[in-house]
Design a protein around this ligand. Structure first.
Ligand code: 3HC
Ligand code: NAI
Length: 697
């Protein structure tokens, strides 16, 4: 199948890239571009050639799916395509609309001319995949826009609209109206212009090169810990100034080859596809009808309610916030305003936008004010009786077809749906704290949740700029359920010989944003205590270290009480190791008759991370998560798992599931506080035995 179309318009040939959805430069498309070019060159009636994209992009770049496969480098590779364009004796004009990214932009940079529609997104997102532009982008782009702009775009990976580059030499014309017609008209004007100019021949005149690149290396190095790609981007752009073009190109190629084989890049590419896979729900066909969400409401203006309201206001959707008492309402709205004011102070929000957003948030004490909302999210106390009262009331007042959502973290969404006469309209929307900042949204699908309700929630998440992951109903859904065994294992390690700060430091060195004990102190020890008290009754077989309870009995709930696993100076958040906690931990071991031993950092990491992995595997096997990569996405976007490791399940696959199972069996022989803990999940055992990884699930 040909993936580029060919047509002629007078003396202008048009080669249209046609490889949906984003004209990724697959092997087939690359071949088709060269074929189109050859056809145009062979036709004496053709005097100029326009390259344009069909559909929603000029080109989204190299086809990421081909990476690390023979197709990625098979001829014509992208470098050869660009050389063929550069060597064309007839002028080639790139006509860019919507998106020119990565390899797509590199292709355009090989053309003799570039015209673009206003608003087209121009960028090099490679760094976000752990690589750098590998088809000449680091050498041609600085020649077109200057080294500083090039470093800024290539290192950040963020695209800019075409207008932002208008003052550089990148575009020959920005076109308003029909792009193809504009491009053909432009081509007609330049058919006879000679000599043909190439970006590669531009000489960069940049006297501050040495100082600028020294600064760039230091600052980029400092801010990209764990990721090799950003610094290599700087290296490659520096070569565009210091080396002849071909030498720079060779350096770029060497760096690209190193990076594309790195685990970090594989992890980032895994996450790119994980994010897109999460949007696909196996039994929800494309085109499932959705319900319009033009207005919303939230019940409760506490920690979560306020943050949730901000999400809607930020997306331009009016939202009513309901509380029981005026005082709570005032407090909630004041917290929202303070939050926005902070953003204004930091220059992230314009003062006028603050008022606009506050204007979209309507406070109310009366359910009658929300009956016409398309969606209502309950964010009241985590207490089934309170949720029951709220949902019965919502069932009474909400218009037919409104979606009724709960933000519960632990309660049974099916039971909550049962409080209404419309369980098909009920769904869990589990935001993470702070709700206006955290990207993750667990969309909890109840057994009766309507497909259109689920599809609406997924679409809404996109509008709110959240990463949505669907979870079935179970205790803790995906994220908190996995966190349970992780935290329990960390607790047992204290009894065996470790101290909280050692466990935290080991996991933070592994890359976790925060170790489990610092995290517990931040979230509030009382929250975990309430969950444990419930589990002591409902699931007595689940064992916990008693240290957390002891701390709570002493009123040590973490940061908010000035003491938890650590102590805190008034008004500060720095976690300070505390000899009282050490004494309590050592005393607990003694009480249990455990001789404390030295625990290595490796053992801490293996026990805690494999505990996450084992629970994740059960979650996948039970169908609570549709795929292992959903668990990865939850941990990356909601729990501070290091991106460079691709999420717990991907990490386990890089370790090798066979070795993971062997470690679990080793731990089973020394199970610490729970003899039943280390039974490998069936899925892991099965995959390990077959020599497979989680990517096969
Ligand atoms: N290769 C292969 N598939 C790609 C792709 C690419 N470069 N870019 C996007 N896709 C696929 C997605 O996987 C998704 O597939 P699916 O429908 O089967 O899940 C589909 O295109 C649509 O993607 P989005 O949902 O992201 O669509 P949006 O319209 O929201 O965004 C986009 C479009 C801005 C192009 C966005 O997809 C994007 O940022 N893509 C990544 C672009 C990128 O990283 N390019 C650099 C590639 S590396 C490179 O060029 C190396 C070179 O220097 C040698
Ligand atoms: P919160 O205690 O800060 O806020 C709850 C608010 O609900 C209070 O302002 C209270 O006045 C109000 N409220 C109570 N009963 C009400 C009623 N009948 N009608 C109207 N308003 C009522 O609690 P938070 O932390 O915001 O939690 C809310 C929900 O979100 C809980 O279900 C919790 O499990 C969940 N959640 C909490 C997270 C967190 O980190 N705090 C994270 C994710 C979910």
């Amino acid at each position: 199948m040909n993936s580029a179309d060919y047509s002629t318009h007078g003396a202008v040939a048009v080669v249209t890239l046609n490889n949906p959805p984003v004209n990724g430069l697959s092997h087939e498309l690359r071949g088709a571009i060269v074929a189109g070019l050859d056809q145009a060159l062979a036709d004496p009636a053709v005097k100029a050639i326009v390259l344009i994209g069909a559909g929603k992009a000029f080109s989204g770049g190299a086809d990421i799916r081909e990476f690390n496969t023979p197709k990625a480098t098979a001829e014509p590779n992208l470098g050869s395509v660009i050389r063929a364009v550069e060597r064309s004796p007839k002028p080639v004009i790139a006509a860019i609309h919507d998106v020119a990214m990565g390899g797509g932009l590199e292709l355009a940079l090989g053309c003799h001319y570039r015209v673009a529609a206003k608003g087209a997104q121009i960028g090099f997102p490679e760094v976000k995949l752990g690589i750098l532009p590998g088809a000449g982008g680091t050498q041609r782009f600085p020649r077109a826009v200057g080294p500083e702009t090039a470093v800024s775009l290539i290192v950040s990976g963020n695209p800019v609209p075409s207008e932002a580059l208008e003052s550089t030499g990148l575009f020959d014309r920005l076109i308003e109206g029909d792009l193809l017609q504009g491009a053909i008209a432009f081509a007609d004007q330049v058919v006879d212009r000679r000599p043909l100019k190439l970006v590669r021949d531009i000489k960069i005149d940049y006297p501050h090169a040495e100082a600028f690149f020294a600064w760039a290396r230091t600052s980029v190095g400092a801010s990209s810990k764990g990721f090799p790609a950003p610094v290599k981007c700087v290296e490659a752009v520096a070569a565009s100034v210091s080396k002849p073009f071909e030498e720079g190109l060779k350096l770029e190629r060497d760096l690209f080859t190193q990076l594309v084989q790195s685990t970090e890049s594989k992890a980032l590419r895994h996450l790119f596809f994980a994010e897109r896979a999460a949007a696909k729900i196996p039994d929800l066909p494309e085109g499932t009808p959705t319900r319009p969400i033009k207005s919303a409401a939230v019940i409760g203006a506490g920690t979560m309610g306020g943050g949730i309201a901000m999400n809607f206001a930020n997306a331009g959707i009016p939202i009513t916030v309901l509380e029981v008492k005026q005082e709570a309402l005032d407090k909630g709205l004041a917290a929202v305003r303070k939050n926005y004011e902070g953003q204004v102070r930091k220059g992230k929000l314009k003062p006028a936008a603050l008022e606009e957003r506050m204007g979209l948030i309507k406070p109310s004490l009366d359910y009658a004010d929300l009956g016409q909302a398309d969606l209502v999210i309950e964010a009241v106390f985590e207490d089934m009786a309170v949720k029951e009262a709220v949902f019965k009331k919502l069932d009474e007042v909400m218009k037919p077809g409104a979606i009724l959502a709960t933000n519960t973290s632990t309660l049974d969404v099916n039971r909550i749906a049962g409080f209404t006469r419309r369980p098909q309209d009920v769904i869990g929307l589990h935001f993470f704290s702070p709700a206006n900042v955290m990207r993750l949204l667990e969309v909890v699908r109840g057994k009766a949740t309507g497909k259109d309700v689920l599809a609406t929630a997924m679409g809404l998440a996109k509008k709110l700029k959240k990463t949505a992951v669907v979870s079935g109903v179970c205790d803790g859904f995906i994220g908190n359920r996995m966190l349970g065994p992780y935290g329990r294992q960390a607790g047992f390690l204290l009894e065996a010989g470790a101290l909280p700060w050692q466990v935290d430091a080991a996991l933070e060195r592994f890359g976790m944003a925060m170790g489990p004990f610092r995290m517990a102190d931040m979230a509030g020890g009382d929250i975990g205590w309430a969950v444990r008290k419930r589990l002591y009754v409902e699931k007595p077989q689940v064992k916990f270290s008693k240290i957390a309870d002891r701390l709570c009995e002493l009123g040590r709930f973490g940061q908010k009480t000035g003491a938890g696993y650590y102590r805190y100076e008034p008004g500060k958040r720095d976690a300070i190791p505390d000899s009282e906690v050490e004494a309590l931990v050592v005393g607990s071991s003694k009480e249990l008759g455990v001789t404390r031993r030295k625990i290595t950092d490796d053992e801490i990491v293996e026990r805690c991370i494999f505990a996450l992995v084992n629970e994740g595997a059960k979650i996948v096997d039970e169908g609570i998560a549709a795929r292992a990569s959903d668990c990865d996405l939850v941990y990356i976007t909601g729990y501070g798992f290091p991106q460079v490791r691709g999420g717990p399940m991907f990490y386990a696959s890089t370790v090798g599931l066979y070795d993971v199972v062997r470690s679990m069996k080793r731990f089973h022989a020394d199970p610490l506080g729970d003899p039943g803990f280390w039974r490998p999940a069936e899925l892991i055992e099965r995959l390990a035995a077959e020599g497979k990884s989680f990517s096969n699930t």
